[in-house]
Design a protein around this ligand. Structure first.
Ligand code: PMM
Length: 282
């Protein structure tokens, strides 16, 4: 059970589609394309038109190797976009690791906080989530993007990610966050190589067994580009990975994921509807 969100998102019978609005100059997937607030707003509105249930607005790139963005710059990027999309009637989540940005974004209308660090990056985040009662996504994370590649070491990826997510769940509860406000996410691509991402996708049921809704962010990530490499071994271009992304959405929805976070909304929106129809026919 997930509470605190508009009802269509909390108890949705089908997998929720979260559309990505990166207001950044350097995200790997769409960096620079919606960099001004006006472009971010227009893009968010397009994603809503395509059927996004939720739009996720972020102002700090987390691509491998990325440096942190100063808080003032992050605020400047995300707040106008969150405000405008919320006013337009969208359910908005804010993709931030900072409690201050989370708080201001929620004042501007955001209804959910997506913290890729699972509350680890900012010591004030879990306390703020507890006090505010705002629902959150806590993602599996082992450190900032600048050096996360060196942390991609596992002996049993699925068990370790499950246990580390369980630890974040415990920490959040200990800080006073209500269990029914928490969504978990395995953090595909964050301190993970392709083999780790595939193993996690193959065993989502282990993560779902933690008892919380699960969000999956496979969209356009490097492991898909690598899978679809051409005969010369050149990875498939980032903007040509949406069909593969939709396949991951169908698979995630079929095993019971709560949501998928994607750049191209329409293909995944169709995919989760197919998965729901198959599920309903069982
Ligand atoms: N991936 C990215 C950013 N934010 N949030 C969640 N919850 N899960 C993810 O997998 C995730 C995320 C990186 O992708 P992007 O730069 O294309 O947004």
């Amino acid at each position: 059970m997930l509470t605190g969100l508009p009802s269509r998102l909390g108890g949705s019978a089908r997998c929720v589609v979260m559309g990505v609005v990166n207001v950044t100059p350097d995200s790997f997937s769409d960096g620079g394309r919606w960099f001004t607030p006006t472009e971010g707003i227009e893009h968010g509105l397009r994603l809503l038109d395509e059927g996004a249930d939720l739009v996720d607005v972020g102002g700090e790139s987390t691509r491998p190797g990325a440096e942190r963005v100063p808080v003032e710059e992050e605020r400047r990027r995300v707040l106008p976009v969150v405000r405008a999309l919320s006013r337009a009637g969208a359910a908005v989540s804010v993709d931030t690791m900072r409690a201050q940005v989370a708080e201001e974004a929620c004042e501007a209308g955001a209804v959910m906080v997506n913290d890729v660090s699972g509350g680890l990056a900012d010591p004030g985040m879990l306390a703020w989530l507890a006090a505010s009662g705002v629902p959150c996504v806590l993602m599996h994370w082992r450190g900032h993007s600048a050096d996360m590649a060196s942390r991609a070491r596992y002996t049993d990826i699925v068990t370790e990610v499950r246990d580390e997510l369980a630890a974040r769940l415990t920490a959040a509860r200990y800080a006073g966050v209500m269990t029914d406000r928490i969504v978990l996410d395995p953090g595909l691509g964050f301190a993970k190589g392709p083999e780790h991402n595939w193993a996690l996708l193959a065993h989502l049921e282990v993560l779902i067994a933690l008892g919380r809704p699960l969000l999956i962010g496979a969209s356009r990530k490097a492991f898909l580009g690598r899978l679809l490499a051409d005969a010369e071994g050149e990875a498939r271009a980032v903007e040509d990975r949406d069909d593969a992304t939709a396949a991951t959405s169908a698979l995630a929805a079929a095993v019971g994921a709560w949501g998928v976070r994607v750049h191209a909304v329409r293909p995944s929106s169709d995919a989760v509807r197919v998965a729901a129809a198959v599920g309903a026919a069982r």
